[in-house]
Design a protein around this ligand. Structure first.
Ligand code: ACO
Length: 320
């Protein structure tokens, strides 16, 4: 009997109005366009302004994904938002999106796994769809990282941006859909990438702190390992893959991961130059970009991956 799978029915994304080029950062901290481009590949990022928040960006991305799927908001039975920068400590961004879309009764919640959040959320939605707990789900990655950056710390503030990406996944039987997912976490590495505040510790929101060089080293190893693991689980080899849609942290991490797998550079979707690191939003933002510009087509085999604070990391293989 054909297997019940979670198929990506539509994608969408949203970015804040305001663009911040590297040159603008030169006036804020002691940095240069040349250093940022050479070390990270980042040239520009979007920064949320007045009236823009994680929930407004998430809602805009969700509307576009629902439209692309040819559905109405009322068809959605499950909303999962991956975010580390919710509008409020509670209620969840998921319920805010639900209300904004006018969906009456559905399941809605947030997942917090920082940059890997979208992979975690997609895996949870996939499990719920395959067991019949949901038929159609909205999975969103949305962040306003700019609101938790220390704008005096040049080692972090140049790296991040704001945005949201979304997919609608629905149950279908057949060859298409999510073929395998793999998730990992190792909380011993907390001190390498964390936020120095929170509701139950300082009572403040806190700012991002990072030991960039160590994060970089772990990222290349963990991402290559989880990609091999997820492809093995799906019975695939790197040469079978049409597109790698990676978390957009740093061009050198993307290139290092692709090189380890023997994947040509042309098969890697890159948006870090324009969006910087948008944490949980980066994978669905990159996916939507490549779907809308015609690179990713129905039937293509795509691999998604991410790593973030915790550490957490994960990957998914999808027949689009
Ligand atoms: N502008 C100019 N100089 C800078 C800046 C800056 N913005 N930031 C740091 N420097 C300086 C440092 O002070 C250091 O100077 P020193 O040699 O006099 O001490 C020098 O540049 C080199 O610093 P390193 O940290 O060794 O530079 P590196 O080549 O490792 O690049 C970077 C730093 C870009 C942070 C890199 O380590 C990285 O991308 N790490 C991964 C971090 C990441 O992406 N985290 C996001 C979340 S996790 C994830 O998504 C995978």
């Amino acid at each position: 009997m054909a297997e019940r799978r979670s198929v990506i029915l539509g994608t969408g994304s949203a970015l804040p109005q305001r663009e911040m080029l590297n040159a603008e950062l030169e006036g804020i901290v002691d940095t240069s366009d040349e250093w940022i481009v050479e070390r990270t590949g980042i040239r520009s990022r979007r920064i949320a302004g007045e009236g823009e928040s994680t929930s407004t960006l998430a809602t805009a991305a969700a509307r576009r994904a629902i439209e692309a799927a040819g559905l109405d908001a009322g068809d959605i039975g499950l909303i999962i938002v991956a975010t580390a920068t919710p509008d409020h400590t509670f209620p969840s961004v998921g319920t805010q999106v639900q209300a904004a879309l006018g969906v009456n009764d559905c399941v809605a919640f947030d997942v917090q796994a920082v940059c890997s959040g979208f992979l975690y959320a997609l895996s949870v939605a996939d499990s719920m769809i395959r067991t019949g707990a949901a038929e159609k789900a909205l999975v969103i990655g949305a962040e306003t990282m700019s609101r938790i950056l220390d704008w005096e710390d040049r080692t972090t503030c140049v790296l991040f941006g704001d945005g949201a990406g979304a997919v609608v996944v629905g149950a279908e039987t057949g060859d298409r859909g999510i073929l395998a997912t793999r998730l990992h976490a190792d909380g011993r590495f907390r001190s390498m990438l964390y936020v120095d505040g929170g509701p139950s510790s300082t009572g403040t929101v806190g700012k991002v702190r990072m030991r960039g060089r160590e994060v970089f080293r772990h990222a290349v190893v963990n991402l290559a390992d989880v990609l091999v693991e997820v492809m093995d689980a799906a019975g695939l080899k790197p040469e079978d893959i049409d597109w790698l849609v990676p978390h957009q942290a740093n061009m050198r991490i993307l290139e290092g991961t692709a090189r380890k797998l023997g994947l040509p550079r042309e098969k890697v979707v890159v948006t870090v130059d324009r969006h910087a690191n948008t944490s949980a939003a980066s994978v669905p933002l990159a996916l939507d970009t490549a779907v809308r510009d015609g690179r990713v087509k129905r039937g293509d085999l795509i691999v998604l991956e991410a790593m973030g604070g915790g550490f957490t990391w994960g990957a998914a293989v999808v027949r689009f």
